[in-house]
Design a protein around this ligand. Structure first.
Ligand code: ADP
Length: 380
């Protein structure tokens, strides 16, 4: 017990520093993983993971199925034991703190509500377990239901609620104790897209309000880009890159990140000239273009990332355009999705906004495309 109080006590300092730095009320803990290893038999699910999370940050673990996201969350929660390294909360090891003493809020894909209790009773459950007095508990439940816009449903049972509402109840239950850390494992994957997007925004706002540190797991890149302060991209038990969403999207450090996060054109090219990051390159298809990038190779072969929405379509050729032939064209509502093969054989994916001025091109149409030097990112 003394140990539990000890590491919780030190949290106050880190959280108050974070509050001062961010200008909002931060109650969250800082989390560090140092060379964390988890093995299942001979299989290494977490391979010397190093991770630093600031108090009150919203961090998303993003990666394909099997990359080790849930494993990291389970190690942090204490559901599984680590085989190497250590996990620190506000600078103190939690190796000997059992799950129920870590005081984390948790939300999973399955709502795991008690079916025979009302919404209010479900949310009150952690307070009851902690022996909080009735008046305080009632007040806290009412506040939390209000925050999740569930007040009018307080007396319903879970079976009378939709999937989205049930998940909001599960979130309310996870935050009712105002935990320093909230762990969320694919909480929105069972919901349809529209609902998912609206709850994403709610969770984001909730995070600003409660100031807890949130560790969120998803395999959905758009969810990660929308919600996170920073994203840790995982693959095969490693963190490949950890950065702000805009940085991950615009400046991925590897082919894997470029392809996994967003749609990408990866153009193989040869650097013809490089003056301090201002490059002239020639694609395999013979298209000579410019790029501005200080990343990656300085000479020789390079892989250049151009996002589909950064490619412009032209009806007429000019000095900067390359010709391509449309092989696929889809109307997708707000955008047109076009695939076209450049002279020489490379396929480009292009996304352009749907406007009255542009009709969906017919398959076989010859188009002319270009992109700006600033919109190229040379992969390391
Ligand atoms: P993710 O959450 O990214 O989908 P997980 O952390 O669940 O990935 O799993 C990582 C890898 O570890 C997967 O290959 C999975 O099959 C394996 N794994 C997870 N849990 C166990 C377990 N209890 N026993 C054996 N292998 C496991």
């Amino acid at each position: 017990m003394a140990e539990t109080l000890d590491w919780r006590g030190s949290r106050q300092d880190a959280a108050s520093r974070a509050s001062a730095a961010t200008g909002r009320d931060v109650i969250g803990s800082g989390i560090s993983m140092r060379n964390v290893v988890k093995k299942y038999g001979a299989f290494v699910a977490a391979d010397r993971i190093n991770l630093d999370i600031e108090p009150g940050e919203f961090i998303t673990l993003l990666g394909p199925s099997g990359s080790g996201k849930t494993t990291l969350l389970n190690l942090l929660a204490g559901f599984q034991t680590i085989d190497g390294g250590e996990i620190l909360i506000d600078g103190k090891s939690i190796a000997h703190v059992p799950t129920h003493r870590r005081g984390f809020g948790m939300v999973f894909q399955s709502y795991a509500l008690f079916p025979n209790m009302t919404v209010a009773q479900n949310v009150a459950f952690p307070l009851r377990m902690a022996g909080v007095d009735r008046a305080t508990s009632d007040r806290r439940v009412a506040e939390t239901l209000e925050m999740m816009r569930l007040s009018e449903h307080a007396r319903k049972t879970p079976s009378e609620m939709s999937g989205g509402q049930q998940q909001r109840v599960a979130i309310a239950r996870a935050i009712v104790m105002r935990p320093k850390v909230v762990l969320m494992d694919e909480p929105l994957s069972a919901l349809d897209r529209r609902l998912r997007e609206s709850i994403q925004i709610e969770i984001r706002e909730l995070h600003q309000t409660i100031g807890s540190t949130i560790l969120f797991v998803t395999h959905d890149q758009s969810e990660a880009l929308t919600m996170s302060d920073r994203i840790a991209v995982m693959d095969k038990g490693h963190i490949i890159q950890m950065a702000r969403p805009v940085e991950i999207y615009r400046h991925p450090q590897s082919r894997f990140v470029a392809s996994f996060v967003g749609e990408s054109n990866l153009i193989e090219a040869e650097i013809l000239e490089n003056r301090g990051g201002k490059m002239r390159l020639r694609s395999r298809a013979g298209y000579v273009f410019e790029a501005e990038s200080r990343n990656g190779a300085a000479s020789g072969a390079a892989t250049v990332l151009v996002r589909p929405e950064r490619i412009a379509l032209h009806d007429q050729p000019s000095a900067n355009t390359v010709a391509a032939t449309v092989t696929s064209a889809l109307f997708m509502g707000e955008t047109l999705r076009i695939e076209a093969v450049m002279e020489g054989g490379e396929t480009l994916l292009i996304r352009c906004p749907d406007t009255a001025a542009r009709n969906l091109p017919e398959i076989g149409t010859r188009i002319h495309v270009s992109w700006n030097a600033q919109d190229c990112w040379v992969l390391a």
